[in-house]
Design a protein around this ligand. Structure first.
Ligand code: BGC
Length: 366
């Protein structure tokens, strides 16, 4: 199914596609930012709820920069001092995060209309988005052809396939920036979600959330999320890195023994029983707990999004990799095709513990 989600100020139409599988899961996508606009999944009672933060109208996507649901590029995350070099040639990028470069610059991939084709055949339904990022867009060298394909399977997986190639050496790091709240998009916060991240180390950051270059073990710290942990219990621990980022906004170095898909994270929301599993071929996962949301943006349901009302599980390479030769390389060269995959698997856990309601005693027995 497809319709027109809205028009840009210059009249360009933006198409919205809805993918629906036999389980009833629905994912709305749009050509602006190749973004996930909504994602409706079942809770443990079979009721559909929208678990992706976003706006009800296109103008809000155009006028704000929260990256709700978008594909982020050409380089997701930060590049220190908005500068990097390839083969001795230095490139200056748009500085849109203080002196640093964030999520592709002032007008990254999230702020463009992509071409799209939809395909549906029995158990496969998908939308493929395509765009060519011109040479020197936001300062990056080379024309970059990018394809992002979303497939919703009968097994309740949303498979995101990325492919890119270039006509000149360039830096590329693509991710999906959906903010999830498995309780429902309009729920107050994500603090009762239980998270598990399969990472024994993370990249340390300094002011401006720029990596120091150190990869440090999580063992014994608030960053050790290898066992299921309630976010509320971990996020306010007195840890310098949590203070710097006002919560989690860090790149976890995923544990893997080889190439291919690896389970990166699991999420459980206990009141609805909804679960989300994220697997990826990427080496890192930026876990961001919506620390910079501040109630100024109003979501689809009409309610403002306060701090920590959504969380992102952004599969990607490490931040500032073009300036860090010890990190896995993000340089793409002509003749090579970048291919990565991330799989979001929706589910429910029936045995999940439901927190008592109300959480405080309203009346004391006399
Ligand atoms: C970054 C945050 C940033 C957010 C919205 C996340 O991917 O890690 O630092 O505030 O995107 O821009």
């Amino acid at each position: 199914m497809q319709d027109i989600f809205g028009h840009l100020p210059d009249g360009t139409p933006v198409t919205r596609f809805t993918l629906r599988n036999p389980l009833g899961t629905e994912v709305d996508l749009m050509t602006y930012g190749a973004a996930i606009v909504a994602c409706r999944t079942r809770d443990r009672d079979g009721c559909l709820g929208d678990i992706a933060l976003g706006f009800s109208d296109l103008d809000s996507y155009v006028n704000h920069s929260a990256y709700f649901g978008a594909v982020v590029g050409r380089y997701a995350n930060r590049i220190a001092n908005a500068r990097f070099s390839i083969d001795g040639q230095t490139y200056t990028l748009a500085a849109n995060d203080g002196p640093h470069h964030l999520h592709g610059g002032r007008r990254g991939f999230d702020k463009h209309v992509w071409n799209a084709t939809a395909f549906e055949h029995e158990e496969r339904r998908r939308v493929t988005f395509f765009r060519v990022s011109p040479d020197m867009e936001e300062g990056y060298p080379g024309h970059l052809a990018v394809q992002v394909q979303y497939t919703l399977t009968d097994g309740d997986e949303l498979v995101v396939d990325y492919a890119a190639n270039t006509d000149a050496p360039t830096a590329v790091n693509l991710t999906q920036h959906t903010y999830f709240n498995l309780a429902q998009e309009s729920a107050v916060d994500v603090l009762d979600h239980r998270v598990q991240i399969n990472a024994s180390a993370f990249t340390l950051v300094t002011e401006g959330l720029i990596p120091t270059g150190d990869i440090v073990p999580v063992e014994g710290t608030a960053f050790d999320l290898r066992a299921e942990t309630a976010i509320r219990e971990a996020i306010d621990q007195p840890h310098e890195q949590l203070r710097l980022a006002r919560g989690y906004d860090h790149n976890f170095v995923l544990d893997r023994t080889g190439e291919g898909l690896v389970l990166a994270a699991r999420l459980l929301e206990p009141t609805t029983g909804r679960t989300l599993e994220v697997s990826t071929t990427e080496p890192g996962l930026q876990f961001y707990t919506g620390n910079f949301l501040d109630s100024t943006l109003r979501g689809r349901s009409g309610r403002p999004y306060p701090r920590r009302s959504g969380l992102c599980l952004e599969t990607q390479h490490f931040p500032d990799s073009p300036n860090r030769s010890a990190f896995p390389s993000t340089i793409l060269r002509p003749g090579k095709t970048l291919i990565t995959q991330t799989v979001f698997r929706f589910g429910v856990r029936r045995d999940a513990h439901v927190p008592p309601f109300p959480r405080i005693a309203l009346f004391r027995a006399s």
